[in-house]
Design a protein around this ligand. Structure first.
Ligand SMILES: C[S@@+](CC[C@H](N)C(=O)[O-])C[C@H]1O[C@@H](n2cnc3c(N)ncnc32)[C@H](O)[C@@H]1O
Length: 327
């Protein structure tokens, strides 16, 4: 995945206002802080340099994760056309840009809520360069949670929960879902990120919403305690991003866990979700699936299954598994 060219150009322009050394120092501190997730008594992003450094080294990855999660929703619910979006703890707007990309045809009103004025100011600056009118006219509102979250067709809560106590995580998920038709919660694809997603998923189901993705069901998660449901988004790195993350690779694989739930009726009969990289052996594809009946299963597809085998070879981690009926 490539960042949209308007966002990539806007990030480069914002970063060019600062000496690279300042951005590197700031990114190092933020990387170290976010490596040990935990409640933040005061904002982790503190000031303009932090806001720009965070956006430069992190926004591509969180944008990619939210984009993947929302694409999974759009695939399951092709008629979903949210007009209003609220991005909760949106910072400089990674999730707003992702939603703007996936639902480009429908999103008209965007509101981004965050406690850090400098992150919102940067978000406003980046969005001024957006091709999307909805992003250019987005509202950037400084708010410290707990707070009432405005109603919207789509609410995103992306990489926010780890900064809150478990009680505040639960309140924020419930406050965000209260006025949401559809809500997407995204966290790092780590065991603790997955635990936060599981808790959010339980809260959303208890509030009467139905899970759209990644689970093909709203039953209890069938994964045992030693496993965790997560996916990966591959994002190409810009030279600035490589510099700030100190990596040599031309891409980064962002691991993320997520849940999207909705009040809109979800089409019945969801295909299974592929939970791991399919293993490809000679003439055989092995996949671990989460099934619509709330179980997990290993499935083997052999070359003898013709077209289904060819589909299996092209199926990736995180995809829906759609075998060909007559093969
Ligand atoms: C890790 S950043 C994620 C930013 C963005 N959503 C993304 O996906 O890249 C977490 C954001 O949550 C915001 N946040 C955390 N606790 C908050 C609170 N109590 N009130 C308002 N914003 C909060 C932070 O200011 C920060 O911008």
């Amino acid at each position: 995945m490539d960042l949209p060219s308007d966002l990539a150009a806007a990030l480069d322009a914002a970063a060019s206002d600062f000496p690279l050394r300042d951005l590197e120092t700031s990114a190092e501190r933020l990387i170290a802080r976010y490596r040990s997730p935990g409640r933040a008594d005061r904002p982790i992003v503190a000031g303009r340099v932090d806001a720009v450094a965070y956006a430069a080294y992190r926004m591509p990855a969180t944008w990619g994760a939210v984009r993947s999660a929302l694409s999974a929703v759009a695939e399951r619910m092709p008629d979903l056309a949210p007009q209003s979006l609220v991005d909760v703890g949106g910072g400089s707007g990674a999730a707003a840009w992702a939603a703007g990309a996936v639902f480009a045809g429908s999103v008209k009103e965007i509101t981004v809520l965050d406690q850090v004025g400098e992150a919102l100011e940067l978000g406003r600056q980046l969005a001024r360069k957006a091709f999307s009118g909805a992003l250019r006219h987005a509202e950037w509102r400084q708010v410290r949670f707990p707070a009432t979250i405005p109603e919207a067709d789509l609410v995103t809560v992306s990489y926010v929960l780890s900064e809150l106590s478990p009680e505040d995580q639960d309140s924020l998920v419930r406050a965000s879902a209260a006025g949401a038709t559809t809500i997407a919660v995204v966290e790092p694809g780590t065991p603790d990120g997955y635990q936060r997603i599981l808790a959010a998923r339980d809260a959303l189901i208890a509030m009467g919403l139905r899970v759209v993705a990644p689970c093909p069901h709203s039953a209890q998660c069938p994964l045992g305690e030693r496993d965790w449901c997560h996916f990966a988004a591959r994002i190409h790195r810009s030279p600035l991003h490589r510099r700030l993350k100190g990596g040599d690779l031309g891409h980064e694989d962002e691991k993320f866990s997520y849940v999207v739930a909705t009040r809109v009726p979800v089409p019945d009969g969801s295909p299974a979700r592929v939970l791991r990289h399919p293993q490809i052996r000679k003439g055989l594809v092995m996949m671990q699936l989460c099934e619509a009946d709330g179980t997990t299963a290993q499935t083997l597809v052999s070359k003898r299954q013709g077209e289904t085998y060819r589909v299996a070879r092209d199926t990736e981690w995180g995809d829906l598994w759609k075998p060909v009926r007559d093969s």
